[in-house]
Design a protein around this ligand. Structure first.
Ligand code: FEO
Ligand code: CA
Ligand code: CA
Length: 692
């Protein structure tokens, strides 16, 4: 049903983070209902007024290497298009004409809606590439939700696909290698008759196997843009919550990481809550372990509380089936989660590695740039209200070649370097930031920033730069190090992406309804709205255009919401010519340099969606909605190639009160079939490039 958007307002029954109670329960362990874990008294932007760096310095393109292949063929599809054109917002203004928009954004925007389907622009087609339960490994059975087993699930595509990477597959025509995160499980809409108070061992073991990562080869259908999975390909792989991972870098082997099952502190079983990620220049993928806290019971220490670990039982009750999830029995097990995982999808026998040099927090993503001399720079946000964003600058250069020695060398790049946290200062006086989102007197939310070093890892040991903390402590309790260093409390830092076209870095802040509440940090120039429910995006310019720089300039690129809301800002672009957007989360660049934004928890009454926005030229700030997702779903993992857009439709049907018996969504297979998270490909019916 199409729904008109309230100008400002919270959809009834939604939770503070903008999602259903069910989402809060299973995705982040009801984080919004717990105390904000950051009770540190470090400064916020408004405390310090300092001169801004010139952020208008000329920029060179950063040496970001994009591995994603550009593919696409002439498309003539008979598939049901499910297309619908509409004006871009609730205000009766002219729709941007298809031929008069930024290159890459020349499509008729999709109207906000609450339809239980994926809606794409007029003239575009779509198909479901792969769904939860589709068999991908040799011997895996067809999906049978009524008789699901852990063994079956371990050979099938996992649950709640999030980050996606699409990598080239040399030598195999029309094929690419898809890598996906499986962030978490929604037991009540996965298992018929599920009893949350008494999950069975079988259900728990299926959930373990439904977490983790997947690699699966996909093939383009000749003559269309349709993508389909290639089952049983030798590169297809699943890793789950129980497979072997290696801890590497400065904290590996530390006392803090040793458990009774692993006295070495170097081997971990499984990865949990992999949210978004990134792709490295050498074709490995990075995966952020985000809300890992929710899987561990009986936390009791101060460090546990800073990470939001509960003192009682967990929602999923895994601690009843494996003692490592009970911190009263295995207090260090939780120190082995909350890292960035590096995965080599081209080597199915490789052991994924958790990179402790990138710190331990709720990593949303990990995106990679390169210094001019070939060292990796990794940006990562800590997705929690009032938490921080970080940068790692490697000290070793990437080598080229495919010899074993080169591969070994490149596998160590993320183990040595310096981890920094961001501190931002506004250039307008504090009295000019009133929490309403009104632009300050200088016409811009902007200022300067520093990357504060926390610790440096070398081949010969690690050095802490934080008084009172050892280097190991910095890498394992990174949030505490950020507190001590005086990092800036942000409105839920999610994805961070350097533009491959300009080198500018985009920091996505989803929302923070606690901003300005009694006892919480008030609005500041970098987070200028109190009770910020729609989020914003910050544009950061590293000094001298060097990604390894320790200083930067910043300004707000986008302040999200209904464009008729005076607190919104679209990089100065006329607001009567943009789509409404709320709760930006993950982002990606298209080949033209436009930023594509997927949303999580739309607070304007529409379903979540995918939007493209111009970042350069006369149309900078022009934002248009490309698709919407089904009931209860979040849009994740966007990839925008020349001729294809890919999204992960995560947690469809995740609505309060929904169960297998009483589903809130019947996507993608229709009535009578269980709702299934899935990956969707979109292309142009006429075979031309997206948005041109
Ligand atoms: Fe998994 Fe921060 O979203
Ligand atoms: Ca300013
Ligand atoms: Ca996310």
């Amino acid at each position: 049903m199409r729904k008109l958007l309230p100008l400002i307002g919270t959809p009834s029954g939604s939770h503070p983070g903008g999602r259903s109670a069910l989402t809060c329960r299973y995705r982040c362990g009801d984080a919004c209902f717990h105390e904000v874990p950051n009770t540190s008294s470090n400064e916020y932007v408004g405390d310090v007024i300092a001169g801004a760096l010139s952020r208008r310095a000329a920029l060179r393109a950063a040496a970001v290497v994009t591995v994603a292949a550009t593919t696409g063929t002439a498309a003539v599809s008979a598939a049901a298009p499910q297309a619908r054109a509409a004006t871009p917002n609730a205000t009766p203004t002219a729709s941007p004409a298809r031929t008069h928009a930024a290159r890459g954004l020349r499509f008729t925007p999709v109207a906000p809606n609450t339809d239980d389907t994926v809606t794409v622009p007029d003239g575009y087609r779509q198909n479901v590439v792969i769904r939860w339960g589709d068999p991908i490994l040799r011997g895996a059975p067809a999906f049978d939700p009524e008789n699901q087993t852990a063994a079956a699930q371990a050979g099938q595509f996992g649950y709640n696909n999030d980050f996606l990477a699409l990598l080239p597959l040399p030598g195999e025509r029309h094929r690419q290698l898809l890598v996906a995160n499986h962030e978490y499980t929604d037991e009540v809409i996965m298992f018929r008759g599920y009893d949350p108070a008494n999950p069975t061992r079988q259900q728990v073991e299926v959930a373990w196997a439904a977490h983790g990562l997947a690699a699966v080869v996909v093939e383009e259908e000749h003559g269309t843009g349709r993508l389909t999975a290639v089952p049983r390909h030798p590169l297809n792989r699943r890793v789950t919550a129980t497979g072997e991972f290696r801890l590497t870098g400065p904290a590996a082997g530390s006392e803090l990481l040793r458990t009774s099952a692993d006295p070495t502190g170097r081997k971990v079983l499984g990865t949990l809550n992999n949210c978004s990620g990134g792709t490295t220049p050498r074709g490995t993928t990075l995966h952020g372990e985000e809300n890992f806290n929710q899987y561990f019971a009986n936390g009791s220490r101060a460090t546990d509380q800073r990470y939001g670990i509960g003192t009682g039982a967990t929602e999923r009750k895994w601690e009843r089936f494996d003692r490592r999830f009970d911190l009263a029995q295995e207090p260090n097990e939780v120190h082995r989660f909350g890292y960035v995982v590096e995965f080599d999808p081209y080597d199915p026998s490789s052991t994924p590695r958790k990179r402790t040099a990138l710190g331990r927090f709720k990593h949303e993503a990990a995106t990679v740039g390169l210094t001019e001399d070939g060292r990796p720079v990794v940006y990562s946000g800590d997705d929690e209200r009032f938490d921080y964003f970080y940068k790692f600058v490697g000290s070793k250069r990437m080598r080229h070649g495919s010899s074993r020695a080169v591969r070994e060398h490149n596998l160590s790049l993320l183990d040595e370097g310096t981890l920094y946290v961001a501190r931002l200062t506004g250039d307008s006086p504090a009295y000019d930031i009133d929490g309403s989102g009104r632009l300050p007197g200088d016409g811009e939310f902007d200022g300067s920033g520093v990357w504060i070093p926390l610790a440096t890892a070398t081949a010969h040991g690690a050095v802490s730069h934080v008084e009172g903390m050892t280097a190991e402590e910095v890498f394992v309790f990174t949030r505490l190090a950020g507190d001590k260093a005086g990092a800036t409390k942000m409105d839920r830092p999610e994805d961070i992406q350097p533009s491959p076209h300009t080198g500018k870095v985009y920091v996505v802040l989803t929302n923070n309804t606690n901003r300005g509440k009694a006892g919480s940090a008030p609005a500041d120039e970098a987070n200028p709205r109190n009770a910020n429910k729609h989020g914003h995006i910050l544009e950061l310019t590293e000094r001298h255009d060097r990604p390894e720089s320790t200083t930067f300039a910043w300004s707000l690129f986008l302040v999200a919401g209904d464009p008729a809301d005076p607190s919104t800002y679209f990089a100065g672009y006329p607001k009567d010519r943009v789509s409404p957007v709320s709760c930006p989360d993950n982002v990606a660049f298209d080949p033209h340099g436009n930023l594509w934004i997927s949303t999580d928890g739309n607070q304007l009454g529409s379903h979540d969606g995918l939007f493209g926005v111009a970042t350069r030229g006369d149309r900078r700030g022009e934002l248009k909605q490309f698709l919407t997702v089904p009931t209860g779903a979040e849009t994740c993992g966007p990839i925008v190639q020349d001729r294809r857009v890919l999204v992960a439709v995560q947690h469809p049907g995740e609505i309060d009160g929904a169960t297998v018996e009483k589903p809130a969504s019947t996507w993608p297979d229709g009535p009578g079939r269980i709702v299934r998270p899935a990956v969707v490909a979109v292309w142009r019916a006429d075979g031309c490039d997206i948005g041109v």
